[in-house]
Design a protein around this ligand. Structure first.
Ligand SMILES: [Zn+2]
Length: 298
């Protein structure tokens, strides 16, 4: 569906819901996020043909981040079209070595992430960007806002003229086990606060995040989505701190999760790492897991 002048949104079917891919039309075609390995043939190519264009016109893929459900289609599209792949500079190593993300997560959180095989094919990156960069492609002015937290490289890809923010998984909402963070709650909170000061007309979300569960949020709804996201992570953060403070013995992530209620264990892990960096919490290794406690003052 066309969501702004020359910008189309495709909801690529995935799992029980969808992952968003956007098409920016000019002389050539720019894709922002490309779904999983199945998405080019199942959803993206048919859509492009359906609007009277051809997949061979794809010149660039810009990725909001380097997770398999957003970048999985990139290696196939690149092989088919010879297009360029762009990502935030922190994403490059994760695209070029598809197994890196899971190896790192296994090392950080051994009790939650078993070692496993890569879930996409490694992709060679043609260019990187960083916060504040303006990409001038095909006459479109695309601004980059680095919005880490869900991942280190997460970025909003912004069509400045229309005020559309393609956010990937940068703004996770609240409820239904969200937010899901793999990087850091602190940087996520900072990014959300920055977003509240942006001139946003519409947000494209990577998945149907709660509370609105829609792929495109306009005006007041877009702002509300950011505010709800901020509330969600701040509440969870304070509940994790309380759980540690109220416990007489060190706790595993699984135990903390039971105390704070339904949420993603990896998000709790990210909150604990932030607390460790700030000198508030500490971890000790116990068999296959780490145990966390409030740092004793010496
Ligand atoms: Zn993601």
């Amino acid at each position: 569906m066309e969501i702004g002048r020359g910008i189309h949104l495709i909801k690529c079917p995935w799992s029980t819901y969808f992952v968003s891919s956007c098409i920016l039309l000019g002389e050539s075609i720019i894709l922002v996020d490309v779904g999983t390995q199945d998405s080019p043939k199942e959803a993206i190519y048919p859509y492009i043909r359906g609007i009277g264009r051809d997949p061979s016109e794809i010149s660039h893929i810009i990725l909001t981040h380097a997770h398999f459900d957003h970048c999985g289609g990139a290696s196939i599209i690149k092989k088919d079209t010879g297009c360029k792949v762009l990502v935030h500079k922190f994403g490059r190593p994760y695209l070029e070595d598809a197994g890196l993300i899971d190896r790192e997560l296994h090392e950080r959180f051994p009790s939650i992430f078993p070692a496993r095989k890569a879930r996409f094919e490694s992709i060679s990156v043609d260019g990187t960007f960083e916060d504040g960069d303006i990409l001038d492609i095909e006459g479109r002015r695309i601004r980059i806002l680095h919005t880490p937290g869900h991942s280190a490289c997460s970025s909003c890809i912004i069509d400045e003229e229309i005020g559309i923010y393609i956010s990937g998984d940068s703004i996770q909402g609240r409820g239904d086990r969200r937010p899901l963070l793999f990087h850091s709650a602190e940087t996520y909170i900072r990014a959300l606060r920055r977003l509240l000061n942006e001139p946003i007309k519409a947000i494209v979300t990577g998945h149907p995040f709660p509370p609105f569960k829609e792929a495109i949020l306009r005006g007041e709804k877009a702002r509300k989505h950011i505010e709800e996201s901020l509330k969600g992570i701040e509440e969870l953060q304070s509940r994790v701190v309380m759980a540690l403070k109220n416990s007489e013995r060190p706790l595993s992530i699984g135990q903390i999760r039971k105390i704070v209620g339904m949420s993603q264990p990896v998000t709790i892990g990210c909150i604990l790492e932030d607390l460790e960096r700030k000198g508030i919490a500490e971890k000790t290794r116990a068999e296959e897991a780490y145990l966390w406690s409030i740092k004793k003052r010496s």
